[in-house]
Design a protein around this ligand. Structure first.
Ligand SMILES: Cc1cc2nc3c(=O)[nH]c(=O)nc-3n(C[C@H](O)[C@H](O)[C@H](O)COP(=O)(O)OP(=O)(O)OC[C@H]3O[C@@H](n4cnc5c(N)ncnc54)[C@H](O)[C@@H]3O)c2cc1C
Length: 510
């Protein structure tokens, strides 16, 4: 994934570093031989670990050390300092970790520590011999990965309607769509992974129904699958436009890899794009297609882009950033119809467009759960352990509505990292861990060279405080409700975002 990787420089920790030169709490960048590494001191303890996050190669030196873990500044992956283990998504692979020896006032990096095979794991409940996961998105994959990591050796099946093995969905509206990320970056796991871990991955396989009493998953084609524990991770699907012309072949939605490829193919022969919707997907697609040199017009009923999630001020900044690149906004407008070479707005204006991308929101795919009689409320209802109203059936990711202790509300979130972390928690709970899901929701959104990171959840707020400068894209934006900090968005201040994540989690015990 390239970003952030750099030639290893600085002191070689295998040659020794004077203890006196490393202050308590310090994170020193250096290397072990040719590998970039960090030396970290916590009181009398020293740790030496790899310097790059295994998710997107983010620079861990700019991250946050929390107890004996380190968190990545870019997408909040978390690694153990004692063994390098990836403890929390989005990273699934460990970072290198070296044994540290202290001799004569110096510390030395010794041999690499392999991930301890005999790490303490809870015993796998004997009743659990078959796990079925419906949905091959990040939530389903992270659950399968965690089950195997935690020592589950029984049968494990992921079935997914998608024709592709689990991939990096957020990239579909970013570098991949812009043409700067090759296909090889997209798979979330390397070739051979599923076979090595004995995960049966059934692609292009759709579940038609589930029967929680008989513990069966019925497929559209083929024999039903029996399960002892079931994970529903069916994600979300785009809301469709219902206007004349919406079914024209040059009208596209963006949810899966096939959609992104179809837009790329259409963009090759297009020059003017109408993006309908000014939220995350629409505007990220606008940015990516602008980078391909296409003319972009964005139409949306909102007065300010992304206002509902990020507020007026950040929304205005997003607009300015896009306008500076030549994107034209038609706000407070809606599309009445789509013609062969234009979209017609309700106000009567016509905008030339030979490609239309629609991003007007998604809805959770809850049919399986609903038809099986599981409790539903604008999503699949789960308890704090992510179990649905049917024992042994868990639901995670974009479909799950769970009790959030911070807000005191049941919430449903459409974030990549949150989906993966829920998958991890549900997997541990299948193994009887009885772990509450309490990770603070986190997402990021990229527009050209600007990344917005957001942690927490503020459905509504009565006050916004901005520290730093929005204009200089260097700020912390805090959303309060009744004087309670509900969420924090940052631009150019990743460390503050990580600190907010820790504070949110400490305040709920998560
Ligand atoms: C273009 C795009 C960009 C995004 N960018 C960001 C971002 O920058 N940051 C961020 O935090 N989030 C982002 N998101 C949101 C994030 O990707 C989602 O929150 C996340 O993918 C949800 O994961 P999931 O596993 O719950 O569901 P999904 O990823 O939607 O996966 C669900 C899977 O279930 C399968 N499925 C559905 N029904 C069935 C069935 N009946 N039988 C079998 N399989 C079925 C689907 O085919 C799919 O593979 C983005 C989303 C999109 C579409």
């Amino acid at each position: 994934m390239g970003e952030g990787a750099e030639a290893a420089g600085g002191p070689d920790f295998s040659l020794g570093v004077a203890v006196a030169d490393v202050a308590d709490g310090a994170v020193v960048s250096g290397r072990v031989g040719r590998e970039p590494a960090l030396l970290i001191r916590r009181g009398g303890e020293f740790f030496i670990v790899g310097a790059l996050c295994t998710h997107y190669q983010g620079p861990l030196a700019e991250g946050l050390v929390v107890a004996d873990t380190i968190r990545c500044p870019w997408h909040h992956a978390c690694f153990g300092l004692r063994d390098g283990r990836a403890l929390r998504a989005p990273a699934l692979d460990p970072i290198p970790c070296w044994r540290v020896e202290r001799r004569g006032g110096h510390v030395f990096a010794m041999e690499k520590i392999d991930e301890p095979a005999e790490r303490e794991r809870p015993p796998v409940p004997p009743r659990l011999g078959r796990v079925v996961i419906v949905g091959g998105g990040p939530a389903g994959l992270a659950a399968a990965h965690e089950l195997r990591d935690d020592g589950y050796t029984g049968s494990l099946t992921i079935l997914t309607a998608d024709a592709e093995a689990p991939y990096d969905r957020p990239n579909l509206s970013k570098d991949y769509l812009a043409g700067s990320a090759p296909d090889e970056w997209l798979p979330l796991r390397p070739r051979g992974y599923y076979e090595d871990r004995r995960i049966e991955l059934l692609l292009a396989t759709r579940a038609r129904a589930i029967d929680p009493n008989a513990r069966l998953v019925c497929l559209e084609h083929g024999e039903p699958l029996r399960y002892d524990a079931l994970l529903l991770a069916t994600g979300a699907e785009p809301v469709r436009l219902q206007i004349p012309g919406a079914d024209r072949p040059h009208v596209h939605y963006l949810r899966n890899l096939a959609d992104s490829r179809a837009i790329i193919a259409a963009a090759a022969g297009a020059s003017r794009v109408a993006v309908i919707g000014a939220s995350f997907i629409g505007l990220e697609a606008a940015a990516a297609l602008r980078e391909r040199g296409l003319d972009i017009h964005v139409v949306a009923p909102d007065a300010t882009p992304m206002q509902k999630t990020l507020g007026e001020e950040v929304g205005r900044l997003v607009r300015v950033v896009h306008e500076a690149r030549g994107v034209v906004f038609h706000l407070g407008e809606s599309v009445a119809s789509i013609g062969e070479d234009h979209v017609a707005l309700a106000s009567g204006t016509k905008i030339g467009a030979d490609l239309v991308v629609v991003g007007i929101g998604v809805r959770p795919v809850v049919t399986l759960a609903e038809e099986a009689g599981l409790a539903i409320d604008r999503g699949v209802l789960v308890d704090e352990y992510l179990e649905t109203s049917a024992p042994g059936v868990f639901a995670v990711g974009d479909i799950a509505r769970w009790p959030d202790r911070r807000s005191g509300e049941k919430i449903r979130i459409e974030h990549f990292v949150t989906a993966e972390r829920q998958g991890q928690t549900a997997a541990r709970n299948m193994l009887d861990a009885k772990e509450r899901f309490e990770a603070a929701p986190f997402f990021w959104s990229r527009h050209y060279d600007m990344t917005i990171s957001y942690v927490g959840h503020a459905r509504a707020w009565d006050r916004i405080e901005i520290a730093g400068s929005l204009q200089n894209r260097d700020c912390v934006v805090t959303y309060f409700c009744h004087d309670r900090r509900m969420a924090v968005a940052t631009i150019g201040r990743d460390l503050d975002n990580l600190r907010a994540e820790v504070e949110f989690e400490e305040s709920t015990g998560g």
